[in-house]
Design a protein around this ligand. Structure first.
Ligand SMILES: Cc1ncc(COP(=O)(O)O)c(C=O)c1O
Length: 333
């Protein structure tokens, strides 16, 4: 055996070292007008399958470093999807326990992935006074924090390290990768961590950039009317503590059906197999293009892969069952 045990380049210490450094790609086939250059950061290439690998890794690494997370901690979070998977992956690497609080709407696939990654999955059953499960889930998180020793709540809606993971990660990389300035940044919103972290970093390099939030019809984040939403990942039934609406220039609302069309055209034209919120940003860019200056450089990100949406976005029967669109609004704040 030769001395050099690593002839193929640097070997990462763990899967967590593979988080980040995702590529930027031009969407010239989807947006062929030469006056509009649309560029997307493929956050779906993170090892846990989504951009949520970044806050999960950042929050746990910082906590272990500064002692707020003890080395034998039991991590608790309410999440039905990407953050749960990302925390489970991170907890595995650090040998931490993890309980993920979910509800009956969480897909079987996600519950299975969480369990395969060693997470303890608690499924709350009681709907709250709004007919959803958010309050019941938070209530359960609080009970677990009282009963489990050395437990630590990630609290993604209120934790500043959430937006900082994107400021020091996603957006730092974008600022370094971009050779020319961009005019507009579109991002799908739920906790608002990614859009705020990116906005704060991108504005340092491109002070005139417009920041456009893409929200789901039926989400209340920006004062919208609460309503039925089916796609996970985008929108929320509560206003996140992290949100500062003054940093957002426009909000574009996208229905589930429009998001599906966005996903399918992204796959059909670019061969990019992405999740629901990526389709939402594609739909939002499409709706907004006629209102943008010409020429224009647009930046966005695609948060997760399509695999976990095979029974939704990519299933014709599921799509046929969606309510027809009630709105097509663009709200300028
Ligand atoms: C697929 C997907 N897209 C978009 C978002 C929104 O990101 P943020 O919570 O940073 O606003 C999430 C968050 O869970 C997500 O899972």
């Amino acid at each position: 055996m030769p001395e050099n045990r690593n002839p193929y380049g640097s070997v990462k210490k763990s899967v967590l070292d593979c988080v980040g450094n995702t590529p930027l790609v031009s969407l010239d086939r989807l947006f062929p007008d030469p006056g509009f250059h649309v560029i997307a950061k493929l956050e779906l290439m993170n090892p846990g399958g989504s951009m949520k690998d970044r806050p999960a890794r950042f929050i746990i690494q910082q906590g272990l470093k500064n002692g707020t997370i003890p080395p034998d901690a039991h991590i608790i979070e309410s999440s039905s999807g990407n953050l749960g998977v990302a925390i489970a992956m991170t907890a595995k690497v650090y040998g931490l326990k993890f309980t993920c609080v979910v509800d009956p709407k969480t897909t079987k696939t996600n519950v299975n992935i969480l369990r395969q990654l060693g997470a303890n999955v608690e499924i709350v059953q009681e709907p709250d006074d709004q007919g959803g499960y958010l309050k019941t889930r938070i209530q359960r998180v609080k009970e677990l924090l009282h009963t489990i020793p050395d437990s630590f709540w990630i609290n993604q809606y209120a934790n500043d390290l959430n937006w900082q993971s994107h400021y020091y990660g996603t957006a730092k990389e974008m600022a370094e990768q971009l050779e020319e300035p961009v005019d507009v940044f579109f991002a799908p919103v739920s906790t608002s961590g990614s859009i705020l972290g990116c906005a704060r970093r991108l504005r340092e390099k491109f002070p005139h950039i417009r920041i456009v939030a893409v929200d789901a019809v039926g989400s209340v984040i920006f004062g919208g009317k609460p309503g039925k939403r089916e796609l996970p990942g985008i929108g929320s039934s509560r206003v996140p503590e992290l949100l500062n609406p003054d940093e957002i220039d426009d909000v574009v609302y996208v229905s589930d059906r429009e998001a599906v069309e966005g996903c399918r055209s992204l796959l059909g034209k670019e061969g990019i197999f992405a999740g629901g919120s990526s389709g939402s940003v594609v739909a939002a860019i499409r709706k907004t293009l006629p209102k943008l200056s010409h020429p224009c450089r647009v930046l966005t990100l695609f948060p997760d892969r399509g695999d976990r949406y095979l029974d939704m976005v990519y299933d014709d029967e599921w799509v046929a069952g969606l309510e027809s669109d009630v709105t097509n609004q663009l709200i300028v704040t």
